[in-house]
Design a protein around this ligand. Sequence first.
Ligand SMILES: Cc1cc2nc3c(=O)[nH]c(=O)nc-3n(C[C@H](O)[C@H](O)[C@H](O)COP(=O)(O)OP(=O)(O)OC[C@H]3O[C@@H](n4cnc5c(N)ncnc54)[C@H](O)[C@@H]3O)c2cc1C
Ligand code: FES
Length: 354
Amino acid sequence: MFKKLFAKRTDPQVELVPGGERFAVGRSQTVLESALKAGIAYPHDCTVGTCGSCRSRLISGKVDAITPFGYTLSREELEAGYILACQAVPESDLLIEVEMVGAEAAPQAVAARLAAMQDLTHDIKLVTWETAAALHYRAGQYMKVTWPGAPGPRAYSFSAAPLPGGQTRVSSFIRKVPGGAFTERLFAGELADAAFEIEAAHGTFWLRDGTGPILLVAGGSGLAPIMSLLEDAANRGMARDAILLFGGRAARDLYCGEAIAALAARWQGRFEYRPVLSEEPVEDCRFGLVTGEIPAALTDLGGSGTVQAYLCGPPAMIDAAVALLGAQGVGLSEIHYDKFTDASTISGTGMAAR
Ligand SMILES: Cc1cc2nc3c(=O)[nH]c(=O)nc-3n(C[C@H](O)[C@H](O)[C@H](O)COP(=O)(O)OP(=O)(O)OC[C@H]3O[C@@H](n4cnc5c(N)ncnc54)[C@H](O)[C@@H]3O)c2cc1C
Ligand code: FES
């Protein structure tokens, strides 16, 4: 018994598949912390369990969660064994499946000033900043914006395709959130001359390699990274079939119609745009929840077997879409998303606003 009590405890060992990387996790450390210490480019971003970038599938072993994974991961993901590496402390040796997205350049912080604001809808603006030095990003990624007196940075997805050599003008579609610390002031014009700081690039929401069809689902300002991603793909002559579902409530929520039509015109494969409104029947728009259109879109793309899905917008929309896609047979590893969480979402986790 004494032998057992005083036996030297070895640190839990982690093995990653498919890459075969191995590392030990020190006492009370998370899988992510130890992986990064071991020099492994484990995908991550927020490190506090809110962004989902470190989503991985636990194949064997047991972990303790610092913050419940369920605040960020859907029921389907939890049932399939997904964990958040930044919140997972091993209780045994682990075998983990993770999509290594490749080492990205470390985010860079630069000074910025507001260059332009233009109405897109009644509550979304196209906001453009001019930066003191060139920023580089991949289509689909986002920046973190800070302004004087900010309670914390706010994340905004780039809305245009990146320029090859980097750029000093960056833009996003920003929705006004009632009671929001940043967007209320931005929309009131109070930050017109503010000294901003922009840190980029963040996130792993970019188009994965493949030749099969893609289904894109956006809600509200979630169209920003989707437009960036589609424009970039069109610039590269993408020939994959694509259906873009956009969800809003009423006609006044629709925007980017001309830009989407221009994209469709130069897209090499099939491209279809399907706006879906939940509260107002409008000609040429489908009526109902945007997620309700997912099964038909999958069928039109030739079935769930080869489809990659890209989802962006409010957390509730993403959770519903992940559930539906899973039920339709799309593998969770083929579903990529950015949830537009805010202080209200994060307050439920007991974490500070990002
Ligand atoms: C990866 C990512 C990308 C994003 N990209 C975009 C984008 O391209 N476009 C876009 O419009 N948005 C985007 N967002 C959302 C954006 O980052 C902000 O969260 C959003 O603009 C709100 O910021 P805010 O400061 O105005 O509101 P916040 O201050 O964050 O407040 C949001 C809401 O929460 C309420 N609230 C504040 N504190 C609490 C609390 N403690 N408890 C409960 N409720 C509280 C507020 O009253 C308000 O209604 C993105 C988010 C993420 C994570
Ligand atoms: S890095 Fe783990 S959830 Fe963001």
